[in-house]
Design a protein around this ligand. Structure first.
Ligand code: IPM
Ligand code: MN
Length: 378
């Protein structure tokens, strides 16, 4: 029997509860479709950080590289830790380390789920956002400076201000902060190509590329250029451009326009929270951090929801769905689509529902129901 070793990182808050349901469902899928999963657990997260100061070490990442086929992740974030420490120190670090350059975020409204958009149903909300996942404003180049801080730092900033903006830092007040977004041709091209390949596979005739080329024209003008270059290789697929502010409006007004959307990292982050809402809420939105041919990582796109920790009320379906994306990526396609079909049927039937979907079932009951119903699709 085929066997996969998967890194399991439950993380913080509701992470352990939802990931437990995902594990149950994947194991059941393994029984039905003939594969075994060996879980290799990593306890990175707030508790470990507070106890030892460790976020995620090179050694841990190497251990994952050496032993695991993929990573299954709950969520990070804890009120005891300053925002950004765990997110950057564990989640982003891992995405970058494994060069998971595609953040794949399906936006699919299931039947039986209430859509906040008036008059829109499952056939209108069914697309995928391909978010770039390693560059843009996420590269971590930025700083703050105060006059009187360090002379050297100040002089770098003074010239940056003068050369780039014609501004004199002294007259702009005594303190500044900046963050630089960087796109590379290779980094843009590979994710845009992924989006066009997805469009080809899904028989979509357009790819919508998101930017803000009207203002941030250096970085996103470049992005547009790469989109046009890549599009030349796909004669049946038209590249359409959408400014990020406008696309948020179209997601709400005309979601049926979209099949495949490709976005730079930060805009992709923002529009996929909106995507999650129009597909019925964060409890139903899965994501995959993908390096085709490398080690990919799968997670719900929601956070660790600390106030629900330990209450057994969180919706595990996003995490279970993320597990299906993981099985798809490692080649267990039948198991993956059976899980997605089961989620769809559980939601449609509506007998078992967590609070976010208007029911009062628990996290565990929802996971159990998916496990039980998976039999019908096995
Ligand atoms: C997401 C999250 C992360 C991101 C944070 C937690 C670093 O918002 O996965 O969408 O910005 O990518
Ligand atoms: Mn986000």
């Amino acid at each position: 029997m085929k066997s996969y070793t998967i890194a399991l990182m439950p993380g913080d808050g509701i992470g352990p509860e939802i990931i437990a349901e995902g594990v149950k469902v994947i194991e059941k899928a393994g029984e039905l479709f003939g594969f075994k999963v060996e879980w290799r657990k990593y306890d990175n997260g707030a508790d470990k950080y507070l106890a030892t100061g460790e976020l995620i070490t090179e050694e841990t990442l190497r251990d994952i590289r050496k032993n695991c086929k993929a990573i299954y992740l709950g969520a990070f974030g804890d009120p005891r830790v300053k925002p950004g420490i765990l997110e950057k120190g564990i989640l982003l670090k891992t995405r970058f380390y494994f060069d998971q350059f595609v953040n794949l975020r399906p936006v699919k409204l299931l039947e039986g789920v209430e859509c906040p958009l008036k008059g829109k149903g499952p056939k209108d909300v069914d697309f995928t956002v391909v978010r770039e996942n390693t560059e843009d404003f996420y590269v971590g180049i930025g700083n703050r400076a105060k006059i009187g801080k360090s002379k050297q730092e100040l002089s770098v900033l003074r010239s940056l201000y003068q050369v780039k903006f014609g501004l004199d830092i002294e007259t702009q007040g005594s303190e500044i902060a900046y963050q630089i977004g960087v796109l590379s041709r290779k980094g843009s091209e590979r994710v845009i190509r992924y989006a066009f390949e997805l469009a080809k596979k899904n028989k979509a005739d357009k790819v919508y590329a998101v930017d803000k080329a009207n203002v941030l024209s250096d970085v996103y003008g470049f992005w547009r250029e790469v989109v046009l270059d890549v599009a030349k290789g796909y004669p049946g697929i038209t590249p359409e451009f959408a400014f990020v502010d406008a696309i948020t409006m179209w997601f709400v007004k005309n979601p049926e326009w979209f099949k495949v959307v490709v976005a730079p990292n930060m805009f992709g982050d923002i529009i996929t929270d909106l995507g999650a809402m129009i597909q019925g809420g964060l409890g139903l939105a899965p994501g995959g951090n993908i390096n085709p041919g490398g080690i990919s990582m799968f997670e719900p796109i929601h956070g660790s929801a600390p106030k629900y920790k330990g209450l057994n009320v969180a919706n595990p379906l996003a995490t279970i769905w993320a597990g299906a994306l993981m099985l798809e990526e490692i080649g267990e396609k039948k198991a993956a689509s059976a899980i997605v079909d089961t989620i769809a049927s559980v939601v449609k039937e509506g007998k078992v529902r967590t609070k976010d979907l208007g029911g009062n079932n628990t996290t565990r009951e929802t996971g159990d129901e998916v496990v039980r119903r998976l039999d019908d699709f096995g």
